[in-house]
Ligand binder design. Structure first.
Ligand code: F6P
Length: 545
């Protein structure tokens, strides 16, 4: 890092603060009036993705200052450090190498003096072989029946990526296979996911980096009882359970043959793992070739991020724009609106990726932040959101920068549907930016008293990310785009984007409360008065009357 001063004291930050004061009231209408080519000049294409960021409240000066900030924050060096396998996750003392998961065969990425790429491809080859055997029916269940149901049991990164990818790539999935996902420790999740399934035709993939997560291990034990209850033979486990984990010892302890375990490594964060063996359900559903095409998409954006100049680097631009609104305009959230029904779980996936990564309160050195870190990410697919919460984005008092994601060619061409869908994306971005002035509203014959209600002030920023079609490759590109945007933000904020200490406390407290709920005799409670009262009330009332 070029400067050891605290972020807000650095000249690059101060220059942006000063610039913000000059630009904060400038309307997007003015920016577009001033430059008739703005729509083309503030757009970049990389790795086959098109990013239109012209409808952001930025000028060339803004972007120059943001790129200065990125350079001053050592972004280039941080990118190089990640790709070189340095232990940039300092609080867990780990390398951060999800980029190695999609490195081409024959390339080299070193961790502690060892090239990890051959091991990555060895696991991919085993996954491919296993996926083919499930897909062609040569892997049989214990009774000799073909496997038709795949149930992934996992939570957080061991669930959200697989679910999102399965939904996103459903068009490419084998319709003869039925994929389901169990994550919640709420028994309803297991019951609903396994309803109407024949255990003799069901394979469970127990996905857990640590293989100790309460929810996953509880669901895994229930799954084992469900299988054994129906098939009545311990030998059935070998045909109906496989594991995806970094923890061989715990997998063996659970009773899964480690020959049926697909490995990944501590340098893959949970929320960065959908392209590791955690993607086994995805590979079974869409086939090894499609899975590898997805990895190629990831890799194309990795290379773009690693090599493109910041001025033409999509994840860098997206990350810097997030910092701009979050830290200077005081925006609290980012809305992500994929205009594609297959991407319905993409916002939920992004919530873990962005918020577990950048929801941090101290710098890498442990200093409390005196600026805002990660915003809240949320969203729903379009056009549905337009008929629920978009009102607030258009006319509410909160500034919500939006990402629109759209594809030029539909996977399910149906009459005019796709043109209507895409007209809506483009119209929303236009409406948010330019709004409707009082003069325009009056000119429509609106009575004076109604005018303020109908005015849309505009000046609401948005990006449009456009790709040709939702393919496995495009999905990989989109995910990598956000992964590296998150990295860019974390670098500016000087935080560790790869740990998640905040989730530990609740887990530990739950472990203390479980025996208090389950004790046969009234336990001595030593919590605060609220916690004690809740435990007592639950104990009193949990039995059906
Ligand atoms: O509790 C948060 C978390 O640790 C996530 O970071 C992770 O993706 C999830 O739990 C699941 O962890 P595991 O894969 O070890 O079961």
């Amino acid at each position: 890092m070029a400067d050891t001063l605290a972020l807000t004291q650095r000249p690059a930050w101060k220059a942006l603060s000063e610039h913000y004061r000059q630009i904060r009231d400038v309307h997007l209408r003015t920016l577009f009036d001033r430059d008739p080519h703005r729509g083309e000049r503030f757009a970049v294409e990389g790795a086959g993705l098109y990013l239109d960021y012209s409808k952001h409240r930025v000028t060339e000066d803004t972007m120059r200052l943001l790129f200065d900030l990125a350079r001053d924050s050592g972004l280039r060096e941080r990118i190089d450090a990640m790709f070189a396998g340095e232990r940039i996750n300092i609080t867990e003392n780990r390398a951060v190498l999800h980029v190695a998961l999609r490195a081409p065969r024959g390339s080299s990425i070193m961790v502690d003096g060892e090239n990890v790429v051959p091991a990555v491809h060895a696991v991919l080859d085993r996954m491919s072989d296993f996926s083919r055997r499930i897909r062609d029916g040569s892997w049989k269940g214990h009774t000799g029946k073909r496997i038709r149901n795949i149930v992934n049991v996992g939570i957080g990164g061991s669930d959200l990526g697989p679910v999102m990818a399965y939904e996103a790539l459903r068009h490419y999935a084998d319709p003869a296979l039925n994929c389901r996902f169990v994550s919640n420790v709420d028994g309803t999740d297991f019951v609903v996911a396994t309803s109407a399934l024949d255990p003799a035709e069901t394979l469970f993939i127990i996905s857990s980096k640590t293989f100790t997560t309460l929810e996953t291990m509880t669901n895994a034990r229930t799954a084992r009882e469900w299988i054994l209850g129906a098939l009545r033979d311990d030998n059935a486990i070998a045909k109906h359970f496989v594991a995806v984990s970094t923890n061989r010892a715990e997998v063996a302890k659970f009773g899964i043959d480690t020959r049926n375990m697909f490995e990944f490594w501590d340098w893959v964060g949970g929320r960065y793992s959908m392209d590791s063996a955690i993607g086994l359900s995805t590979m079974i559903a869409v086939g090894p070739e499609n899975f590898r095409a997805m990895l190629d998409g990831f890799h194309a954006v990795d290379e773009h991020f690693r090599t493109a100049p910041f001025e033409r680097n999509l994840p860098v631009i997206m990350g810097l724009l997030t910092v701009w609104y979050n830290d200077f305009f005081g925006a609290q959230t980012v809305g992500v609106f994929p205009y594609d029904q297959y991407l319905k779980r993409f916002p939920a996936y992004l919530q873990q990726l962005t918020m577990e990564s950048n929801g941090k309160h101290v710098t890498l050195q442990g200093r409390h932040l005196d600026y805002q870190s990660g915003p809240v990410f949320w969203g729903e697919p379009g056009t549905n959101g337009q008929h629920s919460f978009f009102q607030l984005i258009h006319q509410g008092t909160k500034l919500i920068p939006a990402d629109f994601i759209a594809f030029c060619r539909p996977l399910n061409p149906l009459g005019r549907h796709h043109d209507l869908l895409i007209a809506n994306v483009i119209a929303q971005a236009e409406a948010l930016a330019f709004g409707k002035t009082p003069e325009q509203v009056k000119a429509e014959g609106t009575p004076e008293w109604l005018v303020p209600h109908r005015v849309c002030e505009g000046n609401r920023p948005s990006s449009v990310i456009m790709a040709d079609q939702l393919t496995p490759e495009t999905l990989g590109k989109l995910v990598a785009l956000y992964e590296h945007s998150v990295f860019t933000q974390g670098c500016i904020w000087e935080i560790d984007s790869f740990d998640q200490w905040g989730v530990e406390l609740g887990k530990v407290l739950a472990l203390k409360i479980i025996p208090e709920l389950e004790a046969d005799t009234e336990p001595q409670l030593h919590h605060d008065s609220s916690t004690n009262a809740l435990i007592r009330r639950y104990r009193e009332r949990r039995k059906p009357s």
